[in-house]
Structures are given as C-alpha cells and as structure tokens.
Write a new protein. Structure first.
Lengths: 86, 86
C-alpha cells in the first residue's frame, strides 16, 4: 500500500450553532482584560490534520469523511468540514 | 463601533512539527480497531472562529493576528494560521 499516493487533509470540527461552547465563552470573557474590543461570536473547535494513502483523491476523501463522522466529531453536538491541503 | 463592518475569521492552531501530540497519537492508535488503514501523520489542534468589527479588513486582521499570538496559541509549542472566512 505504501506505493499509493498520499493526500493531506484537514478536518475542521466546530460546535453546532446553538450548542453551548464554554471555551468560546472563556475566550470572549478574557478579551476585555487584554484591552481587545469588537470581537464576538467566538467558537472553539478542533482541527485535525492527517495523511491518507489511497488509490486516488476520491478514495482518500472517502476515508477522511468516514473518520471525521465516526471518530473525530460528535454528530450530536458538532459539525465537520473536510479540506484538502495543498 | 457597531456600525463598523464585521469580518469572520478562523484561526487554525496546530502543534509544531516535532512537538509531541498525544491526541494525534491516540487517534492513530484507534484506527486499526475501526478497520481503517493508510492513515498517518495525525496532528490534533484547535480551530477558533470569530467575528471582528473594525474599520476595514486590514484592521480586523491585525486584531485577529494579535489575539492568535497572545491568547489562542502557545508560541512555544504551536503554530497558527489565520484564514478569512467568506
């Protein structure tokens, strides 16, 4: 399998709209102490970068989509988005 | 200030190359149990999305760059990258 091409992806996982995001709230609350104004709507999620070796880009993408849905995100509370890196 | 235009950004924070990433290792170790092969180089970071109101896009970007460097990332162990969202 190691002679298959490698594709690098990022999976961006963010809390669904309406889901409480305590880390985002914590960031917002610390902003005044840093003298920063004008910042709102802070949402804190995860970014997972990974390499997939597969027959082609479509097959690699299928692997990443499955991984994102089953292991990297919680579908009840989070959304994910897959990005192919250059 | 609320009549200033709003810009939405994402800050992607990832562990520096060479820095131990226990979350990434945990993902890699769970892959065989899920019957997934061909995945490597897993790095787990954070993705922070936020809105900035500022006079223009350049001023908003400056606020985000400062926030990313001072609050959202640990410069000893992490890299960050700012992305303007559509």
């Amino acid at each position: 399998m190691s002679d298959q091409p490698a594709y690098r992806f990022a999976v961006n996982v963010t809390p669904k709209p309406g889901i409480l995001d305590p880390q985002g709230r914590a960031v917002e609350r610390s902003l005044p102490h840093l003298g920063i104004s004008g910042v709102s709507g802070v949402r804190v999620g995860r970014r997972v970068e990974l390499t997939v070796r597969a027959a082609d880009a479509a097959a690699a993408r299928t692997v990443v989509d499955g991984l994102a849905a089953e292991l990297l995100s919680n579908p009840l509370m989070e959304l994910f988005e897959v990005e192919e890196l250059g």
